[in-house]
Design a protein around this ligand. Sequence first.
Ligand code: ATP
Ligand code: MG
Length: 172
Amino acid sequence: ARALFIGRFQPLHRGHEEVIKWLLGRHEELVVAIGSANESFTPKNPFTVGERIEMLISMLKELNLISKVMYCAVPDTKGDSALWYAYVHGQCPSFDVAYTNDEFTRLCFEYGNVKVLNTPFFNRETYSGTRIRELMATGDKSWRDLVATGVLPVLGRINAEDRVRRLMQKQI
Ligand code: ATP
Ligand code: MG
């Protein structure tokens, strides 16, 4: 059976890495869907979909998992989340079951009669996109330990820490 794992990956971190490995232990094939694909350069979604694709491919190459994973991009439906499952259907390779730990995402899938399962949490307090963006904004380099090693060169090349810090500065 083919599984789908969807997230915003702002940025892709070690929690996502552990989920992807866990899913590949249970499914021959995996689709990683990049959500909020139309969002970038905001405090919550600092990275473009292209940059997030680079993070994913770079990590998968380093882990030798590239041949087992397909990826796709799903934009937001803005106010009308009832349409969201249809966007997923239109944008993603077909899949048998979707995995998410996000309650709103689960709600939207269930509305579309998509089978949804949870994954375990891995170190959720530290492996968190919100936490990583906060560390980046304060210039705390410990965020580097929270992303996969394959992701680091991508974040370095695009000056991710500087971008996040500037996006999170209060506008005056
Ligand atoms: P943000 O804080 O920006 O929302 P996030 O860490 O929740 O970032 P997302 O891209 O929103 O990451 O999440 C994608 C999926 O990964 C969700 O289903 C989320 O529950 C799951 N996830 C995130 N972190 C972990 C973790 N440490 N262990 C297991 N699952 C995780
Ligand atoms: Mg989240």
